[in-house]
Ligand binder design. Structure first.
Ligand SMILES: [Zn+2]
Length: 508
């Protein structure tokens, strides 16, 4: 078989404890024959039979990793955007904008990553105008839930003049229209290539792309320009649902003929706000803002209609719900319609809903790296319910499927960071935060692979060779030395990534 690829001396990492196919062989070097995008044979000492050889040199092999929640356009562009992370107030942001404008020729200056929810002074349009004049400036907060635009950018987008930044209801429609602003197409193209290269270098073989806009049409266009090597499930939003239905696209359908990598994703619905803006919809008021319980962006009846419509047209749904009341409302809609799919974030959950989620078969699409970023703010606004935040262990115990992701650019597109955070819930010297909700390294890896299981004959040839066993020594133990287990995950180096049997990244 001239087109076979033979991977020699690779050691499968055992993800499922009692994998019948692998028996006792886990850890022993094996040869893997790859044909037509599948592992067709796995055993020691397979004959060469004219195959191309890739010597793994005893490296470990895991299934290709998935990031189940990415905003790809934004992530790619953050590689070219002005970095506003760590700014402590409007003055610091404005100073960075001023110097960036001197250096940049971009038609629109875009910045990302400020966190105004923590500032004592809120930003104004006037102070941004003072340094930018007629050059359009768009600044996006780190959680994507508010936007600070100067008057030139507001005018270009047809937004009435205003004094303050835009948040939530005002912001999302504007956010969705940023595409209309003039862009440098060549720089965009280079940014996508770089974003995909970085994903492959982390062992990522697939993403669910939650980008606003028309991903179902944009991805085939990108692939035609050679931006490929990544499986993409392209989500749609209610605004483009009609077009998706008209095209007859159901979740899992290929987006274009002959490209197996690009498929239709779920209908994404943003049902509530975020923690940092105190807009996640809760059963009880915010402790540090007692007049507010957050808000529901989509009334329950409308949510049920959307889920019913998606289900009738073969689409899975991905419902963004961060607060416990929003999660409850989302589960009500799943129960009423029989929709399949996921709740995105599920950051705070009422205890009874955890079991209900398992019974309904709804996937929890979670971003463990957020628990590192949100630990301190949670102790301010939800100190009385922090034990119900990121309840990963409880979800697994209730039979809920976990699907991990980053929500990049909110957190870096790095599945190893997400896995580490799920295993050891601390980013610093402090003890783990509610360690009873930690998962094991094997569970974290399984939740990052789209259910692939331990690599063996019959596996899809979406594979990653890594330089050490990421699960040793604490593979299936809860707790124990979770800090050491997390450090091992974080420092696992990816050597080779294969997608559909093709070597996409080779960093040996
Ligand atoms: Zn998101």
């Amino acid at each position: 078989m001239a087109h076979d690829l033979l991977i020699r001396n690779a050691r499968p990492v055992r993800i499922d404890r009692a994998d019948p196919m692998l028996g006792d062989a886990a850890g022993e070097p094996m040869d893997l024959r790859i044909r037509d995008g599948l592992v067709v044979e796995m055993a020691p000492g397979l004959p060469e039979d004219g195959a191309r050889i890739l010597d793994a040199d005893g490296r470990w092999v895991v299934p290709g990793l998935w990031d189940h929640h990415v905003h790809m356009v934004q992530w790619a562009r953050t590689l070219t955007w002005l970095d506003l992370a760590g700014t402590r107030g409007p003055g610091e942001v404005v100073a960075r904008v001023k110097s960036a404008l001197t250096d940049s020729t971009a038609p629109v200056l875009t910045g990302f990553g400020f966190r105004s929810a923590a500032w004592s002074v809120q930003p104004t349009v006037a102070e941004l105008d003072a340094v930018s004049g007629s050059r359009p400036v768009v600044l996006i907060s780190g959680d994507g839930h508010n936007g600070w635009l100067n008057s030139a950018a507001l005018a270009m987008l047809g937004v009435p003049p205003r004094d303050t930044a835009l948040d939530e209801f005002d912001w999302f429609p504007v956010f969705a229209r940023l595409e209309e602003l003039p862009r440098d197409a060549e720089a965009d193209d280079a940014a996508y290539r770089e974003a995909v290269r970085r994903a492959s270098a982390k062992g990522i073989v697939g993403i669910t792309d939650m980008e606003f806009g028309r991903g179902f049409a944009d991805w085939p266009e990108r692939a035609a320009t050679g931006i490929t090597g990544l499986r993409v499930r392209a989500a749609t939003y209610p605004a483009t649902l009609d077009e998706v239905i008209e095209r007859g696209l159901r979740t899992g359908d290929p987006l274009s003929d002959g490209d197996p990598l690009l498929t239709m994703g779920p209908l994404k619905i943003i049902s509530d706000g975020s923690l940092n803006t105190r807009t996640a919809y809760c059963c009880e008021p915010y402790v540090d803002e007692p007049t507010s319980r957050g808000k529901l962006n989509v009334p329950p009846a409308e949510l049920t209609d959307l889920l019913a419509r998606a289900t009738a047209h073969g689409l899975a749904v991905a419902v963004h719900a961060i607060g416990d009341a929003a999660v409850s409302a989302a589960l009500d809609a799943f129960a009423a319609t029989g929709a399949r799919g996921s709740i995105e974030h599920a950051q705070l959950m009422a205890r009874p809903d955890i079991a209900r989620m398992g019974a309904l078969g709804v996937t929890a699409s979670v971003q463990p790296a957020h628990l590192l970023d949100d630990r301190d703010v949670t102790e301010r606004c939800w100190p009385d319910r922090a034990d119900r935040c990121f309840p990963l262990r409880s979800l697994l115990a209730a039979g809920v499927t976990l699907a991990m992701g980053s929500d990049a650019p909110v957190a870096p597109l790095d599945p190893w960071l997400a896995m580490a955070a799920a295993v050891h819930r601390s980013a610093d010297e402090r003890p783990a935060w509610h360690p009873q909700e930690a998962v094991t390294p094997a569970e974290a890896l399984a939740a990052s692979t789209f259910g692939a299981g331990t690599v063996g004959a019959g596996s899809r040839a979406d594979l990653v060779l890594v330089d050490q066993d990421p699960l040793a020594p604490a593979g299936d133990r809860v707790g124990g030395d979770s800090a050491a287990a997390a450090a091992r995950l974080r420092h696992t180096r990816v050597s080779v990534t294969l997608v559909d049997g093709e070597v996409i990244y080779d960093g040996r």
